[in-house]
Write a protein that binds this ligand. Structure first.
Ligand code: FCB
Length: 498
Protein backbone atom coordinates (compact mmCIF):
# COMPACT_ATOMS: atom_id res chain seq x y z
CA UNK A 1 0.00 0.00 0.00
CA UNK A 2 1.42 3.38 -0.96
CA UNK A 3 0.33 6.65 0.61
CA UNK A 4 -2.29 7.18 -2.09
CA UNK A 5 -3.70 3.72 -1.46
CA UNK A 6 -3.45 4.28 2.25
CA UNK A 7 -5.55 7.39 2.01
CA UNK A 8 -8.04 5.63 -0.19
CA UNK A 9 -8.18 2.62 2.10
CA UNK A 10 -8.58 4.61 5.22
CA UNK A 11 -10.94 7.16 3.77
CA UNK A 12 -13.21 5.51 1.26
CA UNK A 13 -15.53 4.45 3.99
CA UNK A 14 -17.85 7.25 4.76
CA UNK A 15 -18.47 9.52 7.64
CA UNK A 16 -21.80 10.56 8.99
CA UNK A 17 -24.26 13.24 9.70
CA UNK A 18 -24.18 16.72 11.09
CA UNK A 19 -21.01 18.07 12.58
CA UNK A 20 -20.32 21.64 13.36
CA UNK A 21 -16.97 22.20 11.76
CA UNK A 22 -15.35 22.04 8.35
CA UNK A 23 -14.62 24.09 5.27
CA UNK A 24 -17.25 25.15 2.83
CA UNK A 25 -16.51 26.08 -0.76
CA UNK A 26 -17.06 29.75 -0.01
CA UNK A 27 -14.78 29.76 3.05
CA UNK A 28 -11.81 28.21 1.30
CA UNK A 29 -8.69 30.04 0.19
CA UNK A 30 -9.33 33.26 -1.70
CA UNK A 31 -6.47 32.61 -4.14
CA UNK A 32 -7.47 31.43 -7.60
CA UNK A 33 -7.10 27.65 -7.54
CA UNK A 34 -5.48 27.40 -10.96
CA UNK A 35 -3.68 24.09 -10.96
CA UNK A 36 -2.64 25.02 -7.46
CA UNK A 37 0.32 27.26 -8.32
CA UNK A 38 1.43 29.95 -5.86
CA UNK A 39 2.43 33.32 -7.36
CA UNK A 40 6.20 34.02 -7.38
CA UNK A 41 5.69 37.35 -5.55
CA UNK A 42 4.13 35.48 -2.62
CA UNK A 43 7.08 33.10 -2.50
CA UNK A 44 9.58 35.97 -2.57
CA UNK A 45 7.74 37.81 0.20
CA UNK A 46 7.44 34.83 2.59
CA UNK A 47 9.34 35.23 5.87
CA UNK A 48 9.74 32.94 8.88
CA UNK A 49 10.66 34.01 12.42
CA UNK A 50 14.25 33.64 13.64
CA UNK A 51 13.32 31.01 16.22
CA UNK A 52 11.22 28.94 13.81
CA UNK A 53 12.08 25.26 14.23
CA UNK A 54 13.05 23.80 10.86
CA UNK A 55 12.84 20.05 11.16
CA UNK A 56 12.83 16.68 9.47
CA UNK A 57 10.86 13.54 10.30
CA UNK A 58 11.16 9.75 10.11
CA UNK A 59 9.63 6.79 11.94
CA UNK A 60 11.19 3.76 13.60
CA UNK A 61 10.06 0.97 11.29
CA UNK A 62 10.75 3.01 8.18
CA UNK A 63 14.41 3.80 8.96
CA UNK A 64 15.87 1.88 11.89
CA UNK A 65 16.31 -1.63 10.50
CA UNK A 66 17.91 -3.91 13.14
CA UNK A 67 14.53 -5.63 13.30
CA UNK A 68 15.68 -8.40 15.64
CA UNK A 69 18.89 -6.93 17.04
CA UNK A 70 19.74 -6.50 20.74
CA UNK A 71 16.60 -8.21 21.98
CA UNK A 72 13.98 -6.34 19.94
CA UNK A 73 10.63 -8.12 19.71
CA UNK A 74 8.48 -8.59 16.61
CA UNK A 75 6.05 -5.86 15.54
CA UNK A 76 2.93 -6.14 13.40
CA UNK A 77 4.90 -4.51 10.57
CA UNK A 78 7.68 -7.11 10.87
CA UNK A 79 4.99 -9.77 10.63
CA UNK A 80 3.29 -8.10 7.65
CA UNK A 81 6.51 -7.50 5.73
CA UNK A 82 7.56 -11.11 6.27
CA UNK A 83 4.24 -12.32 4.87
CA UNK A 84 4.31 -12.89 1.09
CA UNK A 85 2.10 -10.55 -0.92
CA UNK A 86 1.79 -7.72 1.59
CA UNK A 87 4.53 -5.37 0.32
CA UNK A 88 4.54 -4.20 -3.29
CA UNK A 89 8.20 -4.96 -4.03
CA UNK A 90 8.34 -7.93 -1.61
CA UNK A 91 10.79 -5.97 0.54
CA UNK A 92 10.77 -5.37 4.28
CA UNK A 93 12.17 -3.06 6.95
CA UNK A 94 14.71 -5.58 8.28
CA UNK A 95 17.55 -3.20 7.36
CA UNK A 96 15.73 -0.16 5.92
CA UNK A 97 18.15 2.81 6.33
CA UNK A 98 20.01 1.04 9.13
CA UNK A 99 19.62 4.14 11.27
CA UNK A 100 19.97 1.98 14.37
CA UNK A 101 23.67 1.78 13.48
CA UNK A 102 24.06 4.96 11.41
CA UNK A 103 22.23 7.56 13.49
CA UNK A 104 25.39 9.61 13.96
CA UNK A 105 25.85 9.97 10.22
CA UNK A 106 22.19 10.98 9.85
CA UNK A 107 22.43 13.54 12.62
CA UNK A 108 25.53 14.99 10.95
CA UNK A 109 23.48 15.46 7.76
CA UNK A 110 20.79 17.33 9.67
CA UNK A 111 23.33 19.49 11.44
CA UNK A 112 24.92 20.38 8.13
CA UNK A 113 21.47 21.38 6.81
CA UNK A 114 20.74 23.68 9.77
CA UNK A 115 17.96 21.43 11.06
CA UNK A 116 16.77 22.33 14.55
CA UNK A 117 14.23 19.57 15.28
CA UNK A 118 14.24 15.84 14.49
CA UNK A 119 10.95 14.00 14.73
CA UNK A 120 11.64 10.27 15.15
CA UNK A 121 9.58 7.50 16.70
CA UNK A 122 10.27 4.83 19.27
CA UNK A 123 9.69 1.18 18.48
CA UNK A 124 7.51 -0.26 21.26
CA UNK A 125 8.79 -3.86 20.80
CA UNK A 126 12.39 -2.62 20.90
CA UNK A 127 11.79 -1.29 24.41
CA UNK A 128 9.21 -3.87 25.56
CA UNK A 129 9.56 -6.95 23.33
CA UNK A 130 6.27 -8.40 24.62
CA UNK A 131 4.54 -5.03 24.81
CA UNK A 132 4.31 -5.23 28.61
CA UNK A 133 6.54 -6.53 31.37
CA UNK A 134 10.30 -6.64 31.18
CA UNK A 135 12.15 -3.69 29.65
CA UNK A 136 14.82 -4.46 27.06
CA UNK A 137 17.55 -2.19 28.38
CA UNK A 138 19.55 -2.28 25.14
CA UNK A 139 16.55 -0.96 23.24
CA UNK A 140 16.01 1.87 25.68
CA UNK A 141 19.74 2.66 25.54
CA UNK A 142 19.49 3.20 21.79
CA UNK A 143 16.96 6.02 22.22
CA UNK A 144 19.08 7.46 25.01
CA UNK A 145 22.13 7.58 22.71
CA UNK A 146 20.00 9.08 19.95
CA UNK A 147 18.69 11.84 22.23
CA UNK A 148 22.19 12.64 23.49
CA UNK A 149 23.63 12.85 19.99
CA UNK A 150 20.80 15.10 18.82
CA UNK A 151 21.24 17.49 21.73
CA UNK A 152 24.97 17.57 21.15
CA UNK A 153 24.28 18.63 17.55
CA UNK A 154 21.93 21.39 18.73
CA UNK A 155 18.85 19.53 17.44
CA UNK A 156 15.65 19.22 19.47
CA UNK A 157 14.61 15.57 19.90
CA UNK A 158 10.87 15.28 19.09
CA UNK A 159 9.62 11.83 20.04
CA UNK A 160 6.57 10.22 18.48
CA UNK A 161 5.87 7.37 20.85
CA UNK A 162 3.83 5.22 18.47
CA UNK A 163 4.16 5.25 14.71
CA UNK A 164 2.25 2.05 13.88
CA UNK A 165 4.65 -0.76 14.91
CA UNK A 166 2.56 -2.45 17.60
CA UNK A 167 4.26 -5.39 19.35
CA UNK A 168 2.93 -8.54 17.67
CA UNK A 169 2.46 -9.99 21.17
CA UNK A 170 -0.18 -7.34 21.85
CA UNK A 171 -1.90 -7.90 18.52
CA UNK A 172 -2.10 -11.55 19.55
CA UNK A 173 -4.04 -10.35 22.60
CA UNK A 174 -6.62 -8.59 20.42
CA UNK A 175 -4.73 -5.50 19.30
CA UNK A 176 -6.12 -1.99 19.69
CA UNK A 177 -9.78 -3.10 19.95
CA UNK A 178 -8.73 -4.62 23.29
CA UNK A 179 -9.27 -1.84 25.82
CA UNK A 180 -6.44 -3.16 28.02
CA UNK A 181 -3.99 -1.76 25.48
CA UNK A 182 -4.69 1.78 26.72
CA UNK A 183 -3.00 1.07 30.03
CA UNK A 184 -0.20 -1.04 28.51
CA UNK A 185 0.48 1.88 26.21
CA UNK A 186 0.44 4.42 29.05
CA UNK A 187 2.96 2.24 30.92
CA UNK A 188 5.22 2.25 27.85
CA UNK A 189 4.92 6.05 27.58
CA UNK A 190 5.79 6.39 31.28
CA UNK A 191 8.91 4.23 30.86
CA UNK A 192 10.10 6.48 28.05
CA UNK A 193 9.36 9.68 29.94
CA UNK A 194 11.05 8.43 33.12
CA UNK A 195 14.20 7.37 31.32
CA UNK A 196 14.46 10.02 28.62
CA UNK A 197 12.37 12.89 29.97
CA UNK A 198 15.39 14.76 31.30
CA UNK A 199 16.46 15.23 27.65
CA UNK A 200 13.36 14.76 25.51
CA UNK A 201 10.71 17.39 26.25
CA UNK A 202 8.45 17.12 23.18
CA UNK A 203 6.22 14.05 22.98
CA UNK A 204 3.58 13.05 20.44
CA UNK A 205 1.77 9.95 21.71
CA UNK A 206 0.44 8.83 18.31
CA UNK A 207 1.04 9.26 14.61
CA UNK A 208 -2.25 9.62 12.70
CA UNK A 209 -4.52 7.82 15.19
CA UNK A 210 -7.68 7.91 13.07
CA UNK A 211 -5.85 6.56 10.04
CA UNK A 212 -4.09 3.56 11.53
CA UNK A 213 -7.11 2.39 13.48
CA UNK A 214 -9.51 2.73 10.53
CA UNK A 215 -7.07 1.25 8.05
CA UNK A 216 -5.84 -1.54 10.38
CA UNK A 217 -9.19 -2.70 11.75
CA UNK A 218 -11.94 -1.20 9.58
CA UNK A 219 -10.83 -1.33 5.96
CA UNK A 220 -7.94 -3.79 5.99
CA UNK A 221 -5.42 -1.53 4.29
CA UNK A 222 -2.62 -1.97 6.82
CA UNK A 223 -1.63 -4.47 9.53
CA UNK A 224 -3.36 -6.35 11.06
CA UNK A 225 -5.57 -6.14 7.92
CA UNK A 226 -8.94 -6.52 9.68
CA UNK A 227 -12.14 -5.39 7.97
CA UNK A 228 -14.75 -4.84 10.63
CA UNK A 229 -16.03 -1.35 11.21
CA UNK A 230 -17.02 -2.07 14.82
CA UNK A 231 -13.44 -3.18 15.49
CA UNK A 232 -12.30 0.17 14.14
CA UNK A 233 -14.67 1.97 16.53
CA UNK A 234 -13.26 -0.02 19.45
CA UNK A 235 -9.64 0.46 18.36
CA UNK A 236 -10.06 4.22 17.97
CA UNK A 237 -11.74 4.44 21.38
CA UNK A 238 -8.86 2.55 23.03
CA UNK A 239 -6.43 4.92 21.34
CA UNK A 240 -8.39 7.95 22.53
CA UNK A 241 -8.31 6.63 26.09
CA UNK A 242 -4.60 5.93 25.64
CA UNK A 243 -3.95 9.51 24.52
CA UNK A 244 -5.41 10.89 27.75
CA UNK A 245 -3.73 8.30 29.96
CA UNK A 246 -0.35 8.77 28.29
CA UNK A 247 -0.59 12.54 28.62
CA UNK A 248 -0.97 12.20 32.40
CA UNK A 249 1.68 9.48 32.68
CA UNK A 250 4.25 11.52 30.75
CA UNK A 251 3.56 14.68 32.76
CA UNK A 252 3.83 12.73 36.02
CA UNK A 253 7.19 11.27 34.99
CA UNK A 254 8.77 14.40 33.55
CA UNK A 255 8.10 17.93 34.69
CA UNK A 256 9.63 19.33 31.50
CA UNK A 257 7.36 17.40 29.16
CA UNK A 258 5.11 19.07 26.61
CA UNK A 259 2.62 16.76 24.94
CA UNK A 260 0.69 17.08 21.69
CA UNK A 261 -0.01 14.48 19.04
CA UNK A 262 0.53 14.10 15.31
CA UNK A 263 -2.76 14.10 13.45
CA UNK A 264 -3.06 13.34 9.76
CA UNK A 265 -5.54 15.86 8.40
CA UNK A 266 -6.84 16.54 4.93
CA UNK A 267 -8.96 19.61 4.33
CA UNK A 268 -12.14 18.32 2.74
CA UNK A 269 -14.21 20.22 0.18
CA UNK A 270 -17.62 19.44 -1.25
CA UNK A 271 -17.38 17.88 -4.71
CA UNK A 272 -20.28 19.99 -5.97
CA UNK A 273 -22.08 22.92 -4.45
CA UNK A 274 -25.14 20.83 -3.64
CA UNK A 275 -26.41 20.88 -0.06
CA UNK A 276 -25.92 17.12 0.16
CA UNK A 277 -22.25 17.30 -0.85
CA UNK A 278 -21.60 20.27 1.41
CA UNK A 279 -23.05 18.31 4.30
CA UNK A 280 -20.94 15.30 3.31
CA UNK A 281 -17.75 17.40 3.53
CA UNK A 282 -18.68 18.55 7.02
CA UNK A 283 -19.43 14.94 8.03
CA UNK A 284 -16.14 13.68 6.75
CA UNK A 285 -14.24 16.40 8.55
CA UNK A 286 -15.84 15.10 11.76
CA UNK A 287 -15.30 11.43 10.98
CA UNK A 288 -11.71 11.80 9.94
CA UNK A 289 -9.96 15.02 10.93
CA UNK A 290 -11.66 15.53 14.28
CA UNK A 291 -12.29 11.96 15.37
CA UNK A 292 -9.22 11.62 17.58
CA UNK A 293 -8.79 15.25 18.57
CA UNK A 294 -12.28 16.29 19.74
CA UNK A 295 -12.39 13.56 22.42
CA UNK A 296 -9.02 14.77 23.69
CA UNK A 297 -9.71 18.48 23.73
CA UNK A 298 -13.42 18.32 24.64
CA UNK A 299 -14.07 14.83 26.02
CA UNK A 300 -16.74 14.19 23.38
CA UNK A 301 -16.89 12.46 20.01
CA UNK A 302 -17.78 14.65 17.05
CA UNK A 303 -21.14 13.77 15.50
CA UNK A 304 -19.60 11.52 12.91
CA UNK A 305 -22.41 9.00 12.77
CA UNK A 306 -25.80 8.52 11.28
CA UNK A 307 -28.11 8.84 14.20
CA UNK A 308 -26.75 8.45 17.71
CA UNK A 309 -23.11 7.94 18.62
CA UNK A 310 -22.70 4.12 18.80
CA UNK A 311 -21.26 4.05 22.32
CA UNK A 312 -21.93 0.37 22.78
CA UNK A 313 -20.09 -0.67 19.63
CA UNK A 314 -17.19 1.51 20.74
CA UNK A 315 -17.02 -0.11 24.16
CA UNK A 316 -17.52 3.30 25.76
CA UNK A 317 -17.94 3.25 29.56
CA UNK A 318 -19.29 5.93 31.86
CA UNK A 319 -16.46 8.23 32.84
CA UNK A 320 -14.42 7.63 29.68
CA UNK A 321 -14.95 11.24 28.65
CA UNK A 322 -12.89 12.29 31.68
CA UNK A 323 -10.10 9.85 30.84
CA UNK A 324 -9.80 11.07 27.25
CA UNK A 325 -9.90 14.78 27.92
CA UNK A 326 -6.56 16.52 28.45
CA UNK A 327 -5.22 19.99 27.61
CA UNK A 328 -2.74 19.26 24.83
CA UNK A 329 0.18 21.69 24.91
CA UNK A 330 0.25 21.90 21.12
CA UNK A 331 -1.33 20.25 18.11
CA UNK A 332 0.74 18.35 15.54
CA UNK A 333 -0.57 18.21 11.99
CA UNK A 334 0.49 16.47 8.77
CA UNK A 335 -0.64 17.90 5.45
CA UNK A 336 -0.32 15.91 2.23
CA UNK A 337 -3.36 16.66 0.09
CA UNK A 338 -6.98 17.80 0.00
CA UNK A 339 -10.02 15.56 -0.42
CA UNK A 340 -13.36 15.91 -2.17
CA UNK A 341 -16.49 14.61 -0.49
CA UNK A 342 -19.84 13.71 -1.98
CA UNK A 343 -22.98 12.30 -0.50
CA UNK A 344 -23.47 8.61 -1.27
CA UNK A 345 -26.62 7.90 0.67
CA UNK A 346 -28.35 6.92 -2.58
CA UNK A 347 -25.62 4.80 -4.09
CA UNK A 348 -24.11 1.43 -3.23
CA UNK A 349 -20.88 1.37 -1.22
CA UNK A 350 -17.80 1.09 -3.48
CA UNK A 351 -16.86 -2.36 -2.20
CA UNK A 352 -17.35 -4.60 0.78
CA UNK A 353 -14.10 -3.74 2.56
CA UNK A 354 -14.94 -0.06 2.50
CA UNK A 355 -18.57 -0.40 3.49
CA UNK A 356 -19.30 1.55 6.65
CA UNK A 357 -22.86 1.10 7.84
CA UNK A 358 -22.51 4.25 9.91
CA UNK A 359 -21.60 6.37 6.93
CA UNK A 360 -22.78 7.56 3.59
CA UNK A 361 -19.98 9.52 2.05
CA UNK A 362 -17.76 9.05 -0.95
CA UNK A 363 -14.28 10.50 -0.60
CA UNK A 364 -11.89 11.00 -3.47
CA UNK A 365 -8.57 12.61 -4.24
CA UNK A 366 -8.80 15.79 -6.27
CA UNK A 367 -6.98 15.97 -9.61
CA UNK A 368 -6.66 19.60 -10.72
CA UNK A 369 -3.06 20.17 -9.67
CA UNK A 370 0.09 18.35 -10.79
CA UNK A 371 0.81 14.95 -9.25
CA UNK A 372 3.70 13.62 -7.22
CA UNK A 373 5.17 10.29 -8.29
CA UNK A 374 3.11 8.80 -5.48
CA UNK A 375 -0.06 9.91 -7.29
CA UNK A 376 -1.14 12.60 -4.84
CA UNK A 377 -2.26 15.98 -6.10
CA UNK A 378 0.06 18.89 -5.24
CA UNK A 379 -2.31 21.45 -3.70
CA UNK A 380 -0.56 23.97 -1.42
CA UNK A 381 -3.74 26.07 -0.90
CA UNK A 382 -5.15 23.21 1.13
CA UNK A 383 -2.33 23.71 3.62
CA UNK A 384 -3.35 27.33 4.17
CA UNK A 385 -7.01 26.35 4.52
CA UNK A 386 -6.21 23.63 7.05
CA UNK A 387 -4.07 25.96 9.17
CA UNK A 388 -6.82 28.58 9.23
CA UNK A 389 -9.49 25.98 10.01
CA UNK A 390 -7.55 24.78 13.08
CA UNK A 391 -6.71 28.32 14.12
CA UNK A 392 -10.38 29.28 13.98
CA UNK A 393 -11.94 26.13 15.42
CA UNK A 394 -9.48 25.60 18.28
CA UNK A 395 -8.85 29.24 19.09
CA UNK A 396 -5.28 29.71 17.95
CA UNK A 397 -3.57 26.55 19.24
CA UNK A 398 0.19 26.24 19.01
CA UNK A 399 0.78 24.11 15.93
CA UNK A 400 3.73 21.90 15.00
CA UNK A 401 3.73 20.73 11.40
CA UNK A 402 4.70 17.13 11.90
CA UNK A 403 4.93 16.14 8.22
CA UNK A 404 4.52 17.36 4.67
CA UNK A 405 6.34 16.02 1.66
CA UNK A 406 6.06 14.32 -1.69
CA UNK A 407 7.40 11.24 -3.43
CA UNK A 408 9.60 12.22 -6.38
CA UNK A 409 11.77 9.50 -7.86
CA UNK A 410 14.82 11.46 -9.15
CA UNK A 411 18.04 9.42 -9.11
CA UNK A 412 21.67 10.58 -8.93
CA UNK A 413 22.93 11.94 -12.28
CA UNK A 414 26.33 11.26 -13.87
CA UNK A 415 27.90 13.84 -11.56
CA UNK A 416 26.37 12.12 -8.54
CA UNK A 417 23.96 15.00 -7.86
CA UNK A 418 20.26 14.38 -7.30
CA UNK A 419 18.57 17.30 -9.09
CA UNK A 420 15.07 16.97 -7.62
CA UNK A 421 13.71 20.34 -8.69
CA UNK A 422 10.09 19.19 -8.43
CA UNK A 423 10.59 18.57 -4.70
CA UNK A 424 12.12 22.03 -4.23
CA UNK A 425 9.11 23.54 -5.99
CA UNK A 426 6.78 21.43 -3.85
CA UNK A 427 8.31 22.69 -0.60
CA UNK A 428 8.65 26.26 -1.82
CA UNK A 429 4.94 26.48 -2.56
CA UNK A 430 3.77 24.71 0.58
CA UNK A 431 6.02 26.82 2.77
CA UNK A 432 4.76 30.00 1.06
CA UNK A 433 1.21 29.01 1.99
CA UNK A 434 2.34 28.23 5.53
CA UNK A 435 3.94 31.68 5.82
CA UNK A 436 0.69 33.23 4.59
CA UNK A 437 -1.28 31.35 7.24
CA UNK A 438 1.19 32.49 9.90
CA UNK A 439 0.86 36.09 8.74
CA UNK A 440 -2.92 35.61 9.05
CA UNK A 441 -2.69 34.44 12.66
CA UNK A 442 -1.79 30.71 12.68
CA UNK A 443 0.63 30.07 15.58
CA UNK A 444 2.97 27.62 13.88
CA UNK A 445 6.28 27.11 15.61
CA UNK A 446 7.85 24.15 13.78
CA UNK A 447 7.88 22.43 10.41
CA UNK A 448 9.07 18.87 9.78
CA UNK A 449 9.72 17.80 6.22
CA UNK A 450 8.92 14.18 5.42
CA UNK A 451 11.53 12.89 5.21
CA UNK A 452 15.18 13.17 6.21
CA UNK A 453 15.87 10.02 4.16
CA UNK A 454 14.34 7.92 1.41
CA UNK A 455 12.96 5.01 3.41
CA UNK A 456 10.65 2.00 3.63
CA UNK A 457 7.29 3.40 2.54
CA UNK A 458 5.01 0.85 4.19
CA UNK A 459 3.10 -1.26 1.66
CA UNK A 460 5.00 0.39 -1.19
CA UNK A 461 8.31 -0.85 0.15
CA UNK A 462 11.17 1.02 -1.52
CA UNK A 463 9.22 2.02 -4.63
CA UNK A 464 8.60 5.56 -3.36
CA UNK A 465 11.20 8.17 -2.40
CA UNK A 466 10.21 10.96 -0.01
CA UNK A 467 13.70 11.87 1.22
CA UNK A 468 15.63 15.12 1.14
CA UNK A 469 18.56 12.70 1.23
CA UNK A 470 18.91 9.93 -1.33
CA UNK A 471 19.63 6.47 0.03
CA UNK A 472 21.27 3.78 -2.07
CA UNK A 473 19.75 0.80 -0.28
CA UNK A 474 22.38 -1.64 -1.63
CA UNK A 475 25.27 0.27 -0.04
CA UNK A 476 23.50 2.54 2.50
CA UNK A 477 25.30 5.50 0.90
CA UNK A 478 23.52 8.77 1.63
CA UNK A 479 23.56 11.66 -0.89
CA UNK A 480 21.96 14.94 0.08
CA UNK A 481 19.59 15.85 -2.77
CA UNK A 482 19.41 19.37 -4.23
CA UNK A 483 16.20 19.77 -2.20
CA UNK A 484 18.13 18.99 0.99
CA UNK A 485 20.75 21.64 0.23
CA UNK A 486 17.97 24.11 -0.63
CA UNK A 487 16.14 23.30 2.62
CA UNK A 488 19.35 23.93 4.55
CA UNK A 489 19.66 27.41 3.02
CA UNK A 490 16.01 28.17 3.75
CA UNK A 491 16.46 27.08 7.36
CA UNK A 492 19.44 29.43 7.72
CA UNK A 493 17.78 32.40 6.00
CA UNK A 494 14.14 32.11 7.09
CA UNK A 495 13.02 32.92 3.54
CA UNK A 496 12.21 30.85 0.45
CA UNK A 497 14.29 32.60 -2.20
CA UNK A 498 17.51 31.46 -0.51
C1 FCB B 1 2.49 9.60 6.41
C2 FCB B 1 3.14 8.68 7.40
C3 FCB B 1 4.61 8.50 7.17
C4 FCB B 1 4.93 8.35 5.70
C5 FCB B 1 4.30 9.46 4.89
C6 FCB B 1 4.61 9.41 3.41
O1 FCB B 1 1.13 9.39 6.41
O2 FCB B 1 2.95 9.17 8.71
O3 FCB B 1 5.03 7.41 7.92
O4 FCB B 1 4.57 7.12 5.24
O5 FCB B 1 2.90 9.41 5.07
Amino acid sequence: MNRRKFIQNSLMVGGALAASKGLSATESSALPQVAGAIPPEQIAAARFPKDFLWGMATSAYQVEGAWNTDGKGESIWDRAAHTPGKIRDSSNGDVACDQYHRYKEDIAIMKRLNVKSYRFSTSWPRVLPEGTGKVNQKGLDYYSRLADALLEAGIRPFCTIYHWDLPQALEDRGGWPNRDLASYYADFAAILAKNLGDRITVWAPFNMPTDFTRSGYGTGGSPPFKTNIDQFLKAAHTVNLAQGMAFRAIKAASSKATVGSAYGMEPVYPKTNSDADRAAAVRWNAAHNLYCIEPILHGTYPKAFIGEIPYEAMGFKAGDEKIMKVPLDWVGVHYYCRLLASDSSNSAPPDVSSHDPYAQIRIELAGDGPKTDGGLEVWPHGFYDLMMQLTRDYDHPIIEITETGGSFMEQPGANGRVADTRRIEFYRQHLAELARAMADGARVRAYHAWSLLDNFEWGSGYTQRYGLTYVDFATQKRTIKDSGHWYGRVAAAGRLDA
